[in-house]
Ligand binder design. Structure first.
Ligand code: CU
Length: 173
């Protein structure tokens, strides 16, 4: 995107963060879910065919006094869900699994977004179609479970995550 103007001084993660802020800055349109002190805003996924690797994105906020971890997630719409972190360095995306989950600090927010933390849905049972939704149960520390729906939509024009997913699948699955 920035490359159109001949200079690409904005690192990709920063650009993505700006895009995400733009999206979540419209609370009137963003779905949100609450479980005690945990708030989940705008969970979404991208369209995908059956048997594919799909993604899950959202913003997690912890309004409580202690840290909370998102430990895992599960769904009936795919064989399994993993928690991953993408790191982009020199234009190359690599992903790591997060066996200990994602920590949401007290009073803080963590974004699951293209190019960063994300959920990976492995082997979708059926196609994920635009306008549809994917039921997901989030498992937090302290035995707290929250049922949400990922809204399936065509993302924000970011091209790299699907490629990164394909690479990840070849490497680790
Ligand atoms: Cu992944």
């Amino acid at each position: 995107m920035a490359g159109v103007y001949g200079t690409s001084v904005i690192p990709k993660p920063a650009l993505l963060a700006i895009t995400l802020l733009g999206l979540t800055g419209s609370p009137a349109f963003a779905r949100s879910y609450n479980l005690r002190d945990i708030e989940v805003v705008d969970p979404w996924s991208r369209p995908a065919p059956a048997g594919a690797t799909a993604v899950g994105y959202m913003v997690l906020t912890n309004h409580g006094k202690g840290p909370v971890s998102l430990l895992s997630a599960n769904t009936t719409a795919a064989k399994a869900i993993s928690l991953h972190q993408t790191t982009v360095a020199a234009g190359v995306a690599t992903m790591a699994t997060l066996p200990k989950g994602i920590v949401i600090p007290s009073g803080g927010s963590v974004s699951l977004s293209p190019g960063g933390y994300h959920m990976m849905l492995e082997k979708t049972v059926g196609p994920l179609s635009p306008g549809g939704s994917v039921p997901v149960t989030l498992v937090f520390s302290g035995g707290k479970n929250l049922r949400i729906d990922l809204e399936v939509r065509t993302g924000t024009g970011v091209a790299s995550p699907a490629d990164a997913m394909a690479g990840m699948s070849r490497m680790n699955h």
